[in-house]
Design a binder for this molecule. Structure first.
Ligand SMILES: [Zn+2]
Length: 685
C-alpha cells in the first residue's frame, strides 16, 4: 500500500528544505563587493567600481566571512600598504550590514586610530556605494538624540557595530558580538592589567554566538618574541600566496628569499655593478624549482593565476592564517627594484648591517616579525672609540675637527653605592662627566669616585688583605668623612679645554634611589643658577619595558621638587644602540656616538671602566608564559655596572636639560628638541 501521507510529508519536507536553503544563501562576500562597492577617488587611488583583479589574493580572505565558511579565526600577517583594510576589512563590514546583519566589533590599537578608519574609509565607502541609508537607528528616539550613526558606533537593521581601541580592552566586557575585526593587532596590549589576555577577552565576547562567531586578526608584525599577529598566524594553517612559474608551471611561494636544499637562494635576485650599485635591470623573481626569472611587469599576470597554499597543520581545523609581503601588492605601489634598494640600504654591501633599518624592512615590506637578540653589548668595539684627547680636558677643538660642532652642555652623573647601617658606614659615589655636542655625539671628560667602598665579591685578594687600612666614608652630612664635599668639589670645579676656554658642569644628576634623604639634602644644598643639580630615580612601578610604543624617557616628578623619574629600560636600550654606532667612512659621527679620552692613571681601562658596559643583558620578560616585554638585568651579582648606569643618567641629562629649558618659557619652547636647542644656544635663531 502506498503511504500517501508519508509521500506528502516527504514532498513538504523537500520544499521546505529548498525554501530554507534559498533563505540561507547569502551573497559570496567577494562577489557582492565587486557588484556593489564603488570607491571614491578621494579615498582610493583605484576609484570606481571595486575589483579584485588587482588584489586577487584578498578574495579568499573576505570570503571567510560567509556563514558557509567554517573558519572561525582568520589571521592576516602582512606588510604595510597591502590593501587589506580597503579590500577585506572595510568592505567586509559593509557586507555584514547589507547581507548578513548582526553585531560586530571593529578595533585598532586605540580608539582614535579606529575612528580614522571608520570616518575616512568606511563612511566614505558606504556613501560612494549608495549604502548609507542602511545605517539608521534601531530605536526611534526623540529629536536631538543620537542618530544611530556616530564615529564610534553604527546601528543598522539586525545589529550594530562598535568601534573601540584595544588599549581599552576592559570595555569589551559590555559587548556581545558575532564578528570581530581586529586591525593593527600587533599594537594591541598582550594583556589588560585587570582583565587578562586581550585575545581571550575578545573571544569571550562572542560566546553566545557559538560556531557562528568569527574573528579576523590583521596586522603588520613587529618583534618576533612579542608579536600578537605572529602568534595567531602560527596557530593557523600558514597560507602563502603562490604563483605558477611560467617556466615549469609549478606553484612557487612569493617569498623574498627562498633557501634551496643545495644552500643557494631563489626569490628576489639582483646584481651589483663594480661600485656596488644596484643594476636595476637585473632585478627578478627566480623560480626555486627551475630557475626561471620573472620580472616585476609580470606580477599582474602571476597574481591573477595565483593561489593560497597552506604550509602547516593548524592548531585547530577552524583556524586559517595568511602571510603576504610587498612582493605581491599591485603594480603602482612599491616595485621589486624599490624593495631591493631599501634592502641594500639596510644591508649595504661589505658594510655592517643597519639593524634598525633591517627590522623596518622585515616588518613593513616583508610582513615578517623581526627577532631581537638578547645579547650583551660588545665592549671591545666601544673601546675603539678611544681618542687622543686628555682626561679632564674638554676636547672642544677635537669636537669641531670631528664635525660635531660645539660643546653644548656638560653633565655629571653620580651613582650612589655602599652600606649605611648601625654597625657600618662605608660608601662610594661613582661619577662621570660628559660633554654633549651640537651633532648629538658625546665626549667623556673624566670619571672617578668619592669614597672607597667595594662589594666583597668584586674585591681582589690584595684588596681583601689590605681592607683594614682603608678609610671608610659616610653619606652623613657634616661629618669628617662625608663624601658629599668631595662630590661638590668635582661638580663646581672649572674644566680646561683644548682651545683655552674654561667650561663647567651645567647639570648634575644624583641617583636618589637609595640613601634618598641625604642625597636630596645634597641636591638642595648645591643646586644654584650656575650649577643645576637634580635628583633622579627610575620610574617606581616600572620593572620592565613593555613591548608597546615609547613613552617619555624622563619625566619631572609630580610630587617632589628637583626630581626626575627615568624610564631606565628605554634609556638602556638607547645606550646599547649608541654603543653599536661606528664612524662612517668619511669619519663623521652619528647622533649618540660616544668618544672617550686616552686612558691614563688607571682611568678608562677595560677593567675599571669599559667592563661596566657589558655588565647587563637584555632579557625577555614573560607573564603567564607570554613574552610581554624586556628588562635589563645584571649578568651576575659580582659584576660592576656603575659606569653603565652613570652613562644612562648622563644621557638622561640631555632630556632633563631640554625639559628644564622648556619650563622657562613653556608656550614658546614647547616643541624644543636637541637641534633647536643647539640653534638657540648658538644664537642661530
Ligand atoms: Zn619554474
Amino acid at each position: 500500500m502506498i503511504d500517501l501521507k508519508n509521500i506528502w510529508l516527504d514532498k513538504l519536507k523537500q520544499v521546505n528544505e529548498k525554501l530554507y536553503q534559498y533563505k540561507t544563501v547569502k551573497a559570496i562576500p567577494s562577489e557582492w563587493v565587486e557588484d556593489t562597492i564603488i570607491l571614491d577617488p578621494e579615498v582610493s587611488r583605484f576609484s570606481g567600481r571595486f575589483s579584485y583583479s588587482l588584489s586577487p589574493y584578498a578574495k579568499e580572505m573576505i570570503d571567510n566571512l560567509h556563514p558557509k565558511s567554517p573558519y572561525k579565526i582568520v589571521s592576516i600577517m602582512k606588510g604595510a600598504q597591502s590593501g587589506i583594510t580597503q579590500g577585506v576589512i572595510v568592505p567586509g563590514m559593509a557586507w555584514i550590514i547589507a547581507e548578513h546583519p548582526d553585531n560586530f566589533l571593529f578595533t585598532a590599537s586605540d580608539k582614535e586610530i579606529a575612528k580614522l578608519t571608520i570616518t575616512q574609509r568606511f563612511d566614505s565607502l558606504m556613501r560612494s556605494s549608495g549604502l548609507s541609508h542602511l545605517i539608521r537607528p534601531n530605536v526611534i528616539r526623540s529629536r536631538g538624540q543620537r542618530s544611530g550613526d556616530t564615529d564610534f558606533s553604527k546601528e543598522f537593521a539586525g545589529g550594530s557595530a562598535i568601534i573601540e581601541g584595544t588599549n581599552n580592552a576592559g570595555k569589551f566586557r559590555f559587548f556581545s558580538v558575532k564578528t570581530v575585526f581586529m586591525d593593527d593587532f600587533d599594537n594591541a596590549p598582550r594583556a589588560d592589567k585587570k582583565e587578562g589576555s586581550t585575545r581571550k577577552l575578545v573571544e569571550g565576547r562572542q560566546t553566545s554566538y557559538g560556531n557562528l562567531a568569527k574573528t579576523i586578526y590583521c596586522s603588520t608584525p613587529t618583534i618576533t618574541q612579542t608579536s600578537n599577529i605572529y602568534e595567531v598566524f602560527l596557530q593557523g594553517d600558514q597560507r602563502k600566496w603562490n604563483w605558477p612559474c611560467p617556466g615549469c608551471n609549478e606553484f612557487v611561494p612569493s617569498e623574498w628569499h627562498i633557501k634551496k636544499e643545495d644552500g643557494t637562494y631563489a626569490g628576489i635576485v639582483w646584481d651589483l655593478d663594480e661600485n656596488n650599485e644596484l643594476i636595476e635591470s637585473s632585478v627578478f623573481f627566480k623560480c626555486p624549482e627551475c630557475g626561471h626569472l620573472m620580472s616585476n611587469n609580470e606580477k599582474h599576470t602571476l597574481n591573477s593565476k595565483g593561489k593560497w597554499i597552506p604550509t602547516a597543520r593548524p592548531k585547530d581545523k577552524y583556524y586559517r592564517s595568511y602571510y603576504m609581503n610587498s612582493l605581491i601588492i599591485p603594480p603602482g605601489f612599491i616595485s621589486w627594484v624599490e624593495l631591493v634598494k631599501e634592502w641594500l640600504e639596510a644591508c649595504p654591501p661589505k658594510q655592517k648591517v643597519k639593524v634598525d633599518l633591517l627590522k623596518v624592512f622585515n616588518n613593513v615590506r616583508l610582513g615578517l616579525p623581526f627577532e631581537e637578540k638578547g645579547e650583551a653589548p660588545k665592549v671591545m668595539q666601544l673601546m675603539e672609540n678611544t681618542r687622543d684627547y686628555k682626561i679632564g680636558i674638554v676636547p672642544d677643538e677635537t669636537c669641531e675637527e670631528d664635525g660635531n660642532g660645539e660643546v653644548i652642555l656638560i653633565t655629571l652623573a653620580a651613582d650612589l653605592g655602599g652600606v649605611m647601617s648601625h654597625e657600618t658606614e662605608d660608601v662610594r659615589i661613582d661619577w662621570e662627566i660628559v660633554a654633549h655636542t651640537s651633532s648629538g655625539a658625546s665626549y667623556s671628560i673624566n670619571h672617578g669616585h668619592c669614597g672607597t667602598f667595594k662589594r666583597g665579591r668584586t674585591k681582589s685578594k690584595k684588596e681583601h688583605d689590605e681592607d683594614y687600612k682603608r678609610t671608610k666614608w659616610t653619606y652623613m652630612h657634616g661629618m669628617k668623612y662625608s663624601v658629599w664635599p668631595l662630590l661638590k668639589e668635582v661638580i663646581e670645579s672649572e674644566l680646561e679645554s683644548e682651545s683655552g676656554r674654561t667650561y663647567s658642569v651645567k647639570l648634575s644628576l644624583i641617583d636618589t634611589g637609595h640613601f634618598t634623604k641625604s642625597a636630596y639634602q645634597f641636591v638642595k644644598d648645591v643646586h644654584s643658577p650656575h650649577n643645576w643639580v637634580m635628583g633622579i630615580k627610575g620610574v617606581p612601578e616600572q620593572n620592565f619595558r613593555r613591548n608597546t610604543r615609547d613613552i617619555a624617557a624622563v619625566k619631572k616628578s609630580p610630587n617632589v621638587a628637583s626630581l626626575y623619574l627615568l624610564d631606565v629600560e628605554q634609556l638602556k636600550d638607547e645606550l646599547a644602540a649608541n654603543m653599536k654606532l661606528r664612524p662612517s667612512d668619511d669619519g663623521t659621527q652619528e647622533n649618540g656616538f660616544m668618544n672617550f679620552p686616552e686612558p691614563s692613571g688607571g682611568k678608562y681601562t677595560l677593567k675599571r671602566f669599559f667592563k661596566h658596559y657589558e655588565s647587563e643583558v637584555r632579557k625577555e620578560k614573560t607573564e603567564g608564559g607570554q613574552v610581554v616585554g624586556f628588562k635589563w638585568d645584571k649578568k651576575n651579582s659580582s659584576v660592576e655596572n656603575h659606569f653603565w648606569d652613570v652613562r644612562v643618567y648622563n644621557n638622561a641629562g640631555k632630556y632633563i636639560f631640554l625639559d628644564l629649558i622648556k619650563r622657562t618659557n613653556p608656550s614658546k619652547l614647547k616643541d624644543l628638541n636637541w637641534g633647536t636647542l643647539v640653534d638657540l644656544i648658538l644664537n642661530k635663531q
